[in-house]
Design a protein around this ligand. Sequence first.
Ligand code: TRP
Length: 500
Amino acid sequence: MTQKRDRWPSQLIFIFAAVGSAVGLGNFWRFPFLVGKYGGGAFLLPYLIILIVMGIPLLIMEFALGQRLQQGAIGAFNKIHHKFSGVGLGTILCGCLVSCYYAVIMAWAIIYMFHSFNLGWGTDTKTFFFEQVLHVSSGAAEMGSFNLPILAALAVSWVLVYFCVWKGVESVSRVVAVTMPLPVAVLAVLTIRGALLPGSWDGVLYYLTPNFAALLDDDVWRAAMSQIFFTLTLGFGVMIAYGSYEKRDSDISRNALIVALINSGTSILAGFAVFTTLGFMSTVSGTPIEELAASGPGLAFVVFPKVLTLIPAPNLFAVLFFIMMVTLAIDSLFSLVEAVSATFLDRFPHMSKKVTSFYVCAFCFLGGIIFTTSAGIYYLDIVDHFVTGYGLVIMSLLQAVVVGWYYGADKMRDYINSVSSWKLGPWWSTSIRYIVPGCLTLLLLMSLYRDLTTPYEGHPPAILFGLGWGSVAAVLLVSGIFSYVSSQPEEAAEESASEE
Ligand code: TRP
């Protein structure tokens, strides 16, 4: 069976693909919106600290797990011990939930791509986004009707993803070679343009001035952590699956470091593009930056169109920019579809990748329909808050505990060091065994306390309960049952497998 496993054609392609998965709407849409929401420089410092303390060690761990055990997430944890297979399934389920709404943001980008030809957003980009594009309702309690253009664009998104993924590693490699280099060039142009606008410096100051008082606010830390997980695609089983297509002797720590640096570099650059423009918008309109920055999940769609209009050859650039957003979203999304398919194929080798990928795409499409209603952006924000704040955190916590304590952090570290050029010191084991689980538990308890005492963003409790807590509970329940079933005696597990 091992000889049939897909392989990356080269190390470079592996790095491209992992960067392709990491760099996505998380960098262009989520990062700037969190920086704005949590007060600019106040967010940046926790973000960087968490990147170093948890992000990089965990990315190394996920690559190592896949590469060492040569299995997708469920298979890898199942190999460590049957009763841990639920951890693998849980990560995959979190990924599916994120994909449901992630594709909706990609759908917005597709709609903007069409508006780019005539810069249809005009000068008031905020009203355009919320009213013309989203037909946003007054609050989460008012669901409103389905928005047909977004629904159609959502369907298009999934068709695109499906066609990119269905041939497996081979097609992934080809797509990423094109989608990877483009964004950096486009961002550089936008940043330079942004920097030349009057008022841009105020934006830069807002973005970079550290706010040490904010370090005491646990909400900022929670947001920073969720962003690191989201942006590095950690806790979704994706990096495990990608690692499993590597040969056992490929360099792990170097690759992880390259991926993490390129990814955060892109986010920080995107931040410059957004905040220089915000500084300008604030100067022109007289509205304080803080107020403009607080557009929440709509920020990228308010700010980027604005700066695009101010560039020479705006139409061309705008089209290029939104094509880029769409391609960035595609390679992040198909990394998930790939991870889920890999996992299923490990278990049911007779199924074909085309079939499993189709089911994943169809499932996530259906799950995303609710986000195309007039209250979609609120629902999206709620599910994002809960799935990244709890689902991912719990799954990553369990992963670190299983690898650190059950499999053995030092055993894994010896393996990593035997193949890598950058040798990890004992700090890595300490991080996986103590620091990561400790910090995650602490943040988990603090956010539990906060979310149980104050409803997130003041949304109606029934909606928070159904969409937010409900999603988290579903993931935990299904994974728990799966672990229980998988840890039953071999014959029973065999039987249920052959029934499928
Ligand atoms: N890392 C990607 C980004 O920053 C997004 C991402 C993370 C993702 N996990 C995912 C997308 C799971 C789909 C499914 O944009």
